[in-house]
Design a protein around this ligand. Structure first.
Ligand code: GLY
Length: 581
C-alpha cells in the first residue's frame, strides 16, 4: 500500500491554501491519515517509521510502542527518554486492560523540604536543574515489562532500530533542528550534554546535519544484550550515581536496585455511551478527565457548539472544581489514600453542578477542595494494530531536556521530575500548579502526574486512542480532543489541532490558545465575570496524537469505503508523523 502520511497531506493542504480563497476554518487541518492494518502516531517521524515497520513485520501494538519509545529516546531528546518515566494504557483486542506505571520515584534520601532554604523559602530552580532535580528513572523497566508481558518480539528486534539511529546518526529535519536549538542554551551548561547535542564550536546542529550518539548506542546495546539490569545494576546506574554525587545530587545505587514498575487498574468511566479507560493515580489525568466528563454530561455541549461562550463557561467551571481536587487530594497511591471513587461518582458531579451558576463565572477562592512556556516537554504516542490491540503512551523527562544533565559515558539525558512534587504547599511549580500535602516529597514516592494516556471504547470495541504532552494542560488537551470528536463532530485531525482553553483552579483565569475564542465570545465571557489570558501571540500548547477507529469523524463511521483506522498528529508537533499501512 502506498504510504500516505500527514507530511504529504500537510504539503498538499499548503498548496491548496495558496490557490484557493478560503478562510482559516478548522477544516484547514491536514486530512486524517488512513490505514487498514495499523496506525502509529508519534511526535517524531523516524519513530513513527520504526513503529509501522514493527507492525508490518508482525509485531503487535505493544511491540511497536516499545520500539517507538526506544527510538524516541534517540530521535526526540527533548522528551523521548531512557532517563525519565511514563505511563502506558493498554487495551488488548480480547478486552483485557492494563496500566503500566513506570514513572520516576523520589530517591531514598529525598526529604519533604529538600528544595527549601534555611528560611523555608524555595531555592529557585533547585527542583528543575541539575542532579538534585532527578527522580529515579523508570522507562527501561517499564518498556521491558510491557514487552515481556504483552509483546511478541525479541528485545533485539525492538531496540536495534534505535541502536542504528544512535550509532549511525540521523539527519535532522527542520523540526528536529528547531527542538535542539530551543534547548541549546540550557544544554550548553552541562559539558556532557553539550558534547552530544551541540557541535564542536558550541553552536546547535542545523537542518540537514547528522546527530550521532555513540554513548547512547552503547547503553542501548547493553540493554539489548542484558535487559533492564544493564541499566539498573550495571555501568549505567554506576555512572549516573557517580555523576550525581559529583553534581550535589542524592541518587544512590540502592535507588536503582529498589526501583519497581507498577501495574495498576486503569481509571474507567462512561460518558454519553463512550467508555473511557485512562490513567489512575499516581496520575491525576484519568480521574480528572472523568470528573470533568461527569460534570459536563448534563450540559448540552453538542447543541451549544465548540467555542460558544456557554460551552466555555460549562467546561471552565467543571475544570475549576476538578483541578481543585487534583491539586489537593491526589498523590501516589502507595503513600496517600486517594478518594478516587468519590471523585468518579456521578452524585459528586451532580453536587458540583448544583454549585455552578449558569452564565456566571465561579470563583476559585470559593471552591473548597476535598483535601489539601511549554510545548515540547513530555511526549505522547498512540498505536493500534491489525488485531485491534490499542496502546496509549505518554512518557517524559518533565521539562524540555529534563534536568539538562547527562552522566559521562551514558548519553542519557536525566529527568527533572522532582519538580512535579509539592516543593512547598501553596507555591506554584513549573506548570503553575499550586499543590498540597498529598503530593509532598517522601523517599521512594512518585510525584503526581497529569499524563493521561487514554483509550475510548464504544460498544465494547476500540473507538479512539488519545493523549498529549502539555504539563498541567495535558488533562484538558486530552479531554478537549475527545469532546471535539464525541460532541462537536470534528474529524480526528481537527480534533487534535483545534485551539484550546484551560482552567486549573489556580490561578483563577481562563487560558486560551491563539484563535480559540472570538472577540465577541471573549466579551461575553468577561461580562460573566471571567479573567482571560492568551490569544494571538501567546504560545501553543502540547502536541496531541490521536487515532479514530472506523472513520475520520463520528459522522463517517459506518459509511462504506472507509479505512479501518484514521490517525492524526497535531500540527504543533514540528517533526511528528501519523502513518498507517
Ligand atoms: N511531568 C508532567 C506530568 O507528569 O504531569
Amino acid at each position: 500500500m502506498t504510504r500516505f502520511s500527514s507530511r504529504c497531506v500537510a504539503a498538499f493542504a499548503a498548496i491548496s491554501l495558496a490557490i484557493l480563497p478560503v478562510s482559516p476554518v478548522l477544516a484547514a487541518s491536514p486530512a486524517p491519515v488512513a490505514g487498514e492494518n495499523g496506525m502509529v502516531v508519534t511526535a517524531q517521524h523516524l519513530a513513527t517509521d520504526v513503529g509501522v515497520k514493527v507492525l508490518k513485520e508482525g509485531g503487535n501494538a505493544v511491540d511497536a510502542a516499545v520500539a517507538v519509545a526506544y527510538t524516541l529516546a534517540v530521535t526526540y531528546p527533548t522528551a523521548g527518554n531512557l532517563g525519565g518515566g511514563g505511563f502506558m494504557t493498554l487495551r488488548m483486542a480480547d478486552g483485557r486492560t492494563d496500566f503500566i506505571d513506570f514513572r520516576e520515584k523520589a530517591p531514598l534520601a529525598a526529604t519533604k523540604t529538600m528544595y527549601l532554604d534555611a528560611k523555608g523559602d524555595i531555592v529557585p530552580r533547585a527542583s528543575l536543574d541539575g542532579y538534585l532535580a532527578v527522580g529515579v528513572p523508570g522507562t527501561v523497566k517499564g518498556l521491558e515489562l510491557a514487552r515481556e508481558k504483552y509483546g511478541t518480539q525479541s528485545r533485539a528486534a525492538l531496540i536495534d532500530p534505535a541502536i542504528r539511529l544512535a550509532k549511525d546518526g540521523f539527519t535532522l529535519n527542520q523540526g528536529d533542528a528547531g527542538i535542539l536549538a530551543y534547548g541549546a542554551k540550557r544544554l550548553a551548561k552541562n559539558p556532557d550534554a553539550a558534547k552530544i547535542f551541540l557541535k564542536a564550536d558550541g553552536t546547535p546542529y542545523r537542518e540537514g546535519e547528522v546527530l550521532k550518539q555513540p554513548d547512547l548506542a552503547k547503553v542501548l546495546e547493553a540493554i539489548r544484550d542484558k535487559g533492564a539490569d544493564a541499566f539498573y545494576k550495571g555501568f549505567v546506574a554506576d555512572a549516573i550515581v557517580k555523576a550525581s554525587e559529583a553534581g550535589h545530587g542524592i541518587l544512590a545505587k540502592a535507588d536503582f536496585t529498589a526501583y519497581r514498575v507498577r501495574e495498576l487498574k486503569p481509571v474507567e468511566c462512561d460518558y454519553h455511551g463512550y467508555h473511557i479507560i485512562s490513567s489512575p493515580p499516581p496520575s491525576s489525568g484519568g480521574v480528572i478527565i472523568c470528573e470533568i466528563l461527569n460534570i459536563l454530561e448534563a450540559y448540552p455541549l453538542a447543541e451549544q457548539g465548540y467555542g460558544a461562550a456557554s460551552t466555555v463557561h460549562d467546561m471552565v467551571e467543571a475544570m475549576r472544581y476538578a483541578y481543585a481536587d487534583r491539586n489537593t487530594a491526589l498523590g501516589d497511591p502507595d503513600f496517600v489514600k486517594n478518594p478516587v471513587s468519590k471523585l468518579l461518582s456521578k452524585d459528586y458531579a451532580k453536587d458540583i453542578r448544583a454549585k455552578i451558576e449558569p452564565g456566571k463565572a465561579g470563583k476559585s477562592a470559593d471552591v473548597k477542595p476535598l483535601g489539601g512556556h511549554e510545548s515540547t516537554e513530555t511526549t505522547h504516542f498512540s498505536i493500534i494494530d491489525r488485531e485491534g490491540n490499542a496502546v496509549s503512551v505518554t512518557y517524559t523527562l518533565n521539562g524540555s531536556f529534563g534536568a539538562g544533565v547527562v552522566a559521562p559515558g551514558t548519553g542519557i539525558l536525566l529527568n527533572n521530575e522532582m519538580d512535579d512534587f509539592t516543593s512547598k504547599p501553596g507555591v506554584p511549580n513549573l506548570y503553575g500548579l499550586v499543590q498540597g500535602e498529598a503530593n509532598a516529597i517522601e523517599p521512594h514516592k512518585t510525584p503526581l502526574s497529569s499524563m493521561s494516556p487514554t483509550i475510548v471504547t464504544k460498544d465494547g470495541k476500540p473507538f479512539m486512542v488519545i493523549g498529549s504532552p502539555g504539563g498541567s494542560r495535558i488533562i484538558t488537551i486530552t479531554l478537549e480532543a475527545m469532546l471535539n470528536v464525541m460532541d462537536f463532530g470534528m474529524n480526528i485531525s481537527d480534533a487534535v489541532n483545534a485551539p484550546r482553553i484551560h482552567h486549573q483552579w489556580q490561578p483563577d483565569k481562563i487560558y486560551y490558545e491563539p484563535y480559540a475564542l472570538s472577540p465577541d465570545t471573549i466579551e461575553k465571557l468577561k461580562s460573566m465575570g471571567y479573567t482571560l489570558d492568551g490569544g494571538v501571540g501567546s504560545p501553543l500548547w502540547g502536541q496531541a496524537a490521536g487515532i479514530l477507529v472506523g472513520g475520520p469523524s463520528l459522522a463517517d463511521i459506518g459509511k462504506s469505503g472507509n479505512a479501518r483506522y484514521y490517525g492524526a498528529i497535531d500540527a504543533r508537533a514540528v517533526s511528528g508523523l501519523a502513518e498507517g499501512y
